[in-house]
Design a protein around this ligand. Structure first.
Ligand SMILES: *[C@@H]1O[C@H](CO)[C@@H](O)[C@H](O)[C@H]1NC(C)=O
Ligand SMILES: *[C@@H]1O[C@H](CO)[C@@H](O)[C@H](O)[C@H]1NC(C)=O
Ligand SMILES: *[C@@H]1O[C@H](CO)[C@@H](O)[C@H](O)[C@H]1NC(C)=O
Length: 347
């Protein structure tokens, strides 16, 4: 069983298709603020589930609107001192033209605004939106409730900022240890040279927006007492999409393969997909090591929101071990994605 927390967008459906295809029970999709505001992203979760008629069996639960401490102003001020990021996620300056052209909303005065132009996958029906908005649960309460209901059985997957999970960790002292595991996308290590010796895309691929949007939440989450933590950081850049793979997947046409073909592009690595694939089938992991990590939460640091690793004899108090994945079987990742998109699971 898994609860999948993400900054859901138009092309973010492969992670839940991978889990469903592997016969995992997806207890719910929860949404976090990271690439864009949570409200918009929860509607993308609904809309992309609806593409495969999956809304009856996978609920969507809204998460926190704001990071624990970070704000647009605070993030911009940090960038003035420490340098701009190639990609700022939800903290990219508000741009009305971009939003009218179909970008998910960033910054601005109203984090609850919805930009319908961004729904290339189709806008969810009024009935689905009403049901979402009338659900009094929030992501953190849902996670706590489900983990208490199925102790030791629920994986928590996070491929955006960790705000919702950190809230759950703080709400219930046994939430983390009663879960089965935590699997995250993000947590790059030793990538500073890649940020400078290459294109802006390469710098983007090696910056850590998921942790940097909410550094304090990342620290709370990664120091909690989970039975196990798997980190898909650097390895999430291993397999990059290609035109050949798009063509191959599109040999079978359905709503998912069509959006994948038309909108995924060929310059992004399979970030969230890698984390989902190694969760549902750890046998694709070829190389990993176990060590201790912390998250830099010094606002005055150029590494604010980045992971820092330790060996046991040198670690500070309050940190815990993680399994850091270095390499996966890229061919098997391709075949898992192909199967899940061409022949998606049904309810
Ligand atoms: C807003 O986005 C448009 C469209 O990409 C761009 O031409 C314009 O320069 C942007 N405005 C600012 C202030 O960045
Ligand atoms: C595993 O990955 C580490 C880190 O990238 C590397 O140093 C090591 O050589 C790899 N081991 C194998 C067996 O590939
Ligand atoms: C990692 O930590 C867990 C929980 O404290 C412990 O059970 C496990 O043995 C540790 N694994 C390694 C390889 O240190």
């Amino acid at each position: 069983m898994v609860i999948m927390d993400n900054d859901w967008g138009s092309i973010t459906f492969i992670p839940f298709l991978l889990a469903l295809k592997a016969d995992w029970k997806v207890l719910g999709l929860t949404s976090c603020t990271c690439n864009s505001w949570e409200h918009q992203q929860s509607l993308h979760a609904l809309a992309t589930l609806a593409l495969g008629n999956l809304t009856p069996c996978v609920p969507v639960i809204q998460g926190a609107t704001f990071p624990l401490l970070n704000t647009y102003q605070r993030f911009q001020a940090w960038e003035m001192v420490h340098g701009a990021l190639p990609y700022e996620g939800v903290f990219r300056p508000y741009n009305a033209t971009l939003e009218a052209l179909g970008s998910d909303p960033t910054a601005g005065d109203d984090p609850w605004r919805i930009i319908p132009e961004a729904f290339t996958e189709g806008f969810p029906s009024a009935a689905l939106v009403d049901a979402l908005h009338s659900n009094p649960a929030n992501a953190a309460s849902f996670m706590v409730e489900q983990v208490r209901k199925y102790p030791g059985q629920v994986s928590i997957y996070v491929a955006g900022a960790m705000t919702n999970v950190a809230l759950a960790v703080r709400m219930d002292p046994h939430f983390a240890d009663l879960a089965k595991e935590l699997v995250i996308m993000g947590g790059y290590l030793d990538v500073n040279l890649f940020q400078v010796r290459g294109s802006l895309q390469q710098a983007d691929d090696n910056s850590d927006i998921n942790l940097m949007i909410d550094p304090e939440a990342a620290k709370i989450t990664l120091t909690a007492a989970w039975p196990s933590i798997k980190i898909a950081g650097n390895v999430a850049n291993q397999v990059i999409n290609s035109q050949a793979f798009l063509d191959e997947v599109y040999q079978v046409e359905n709503p998912y393969s069509t959006i994948f073909y038309n909108n995924y592009g060929t310059y992004f690595p399979f970030w969230d997909e890698t984390a989902a694939a190694l969760m549902v089938d750890p046998s694709i992991i070829l190389n990993s090591t176990t060590f201790y990590v912390d998250v830099d939460t010094s606002y005055g640091s150029p590494s604010y929101g980045n992971l820092h690793a330790y060996q046991k004899s040198l670690m500070p108090t309050g940190v815990r071990n993680v399994t850091y994945i270095h390499q996966i079987d890229g061919d098997r990742l391709h075949s898992m994605i192909k199967a899940a998109v061409q022949y998606p699971a049904t309810c």
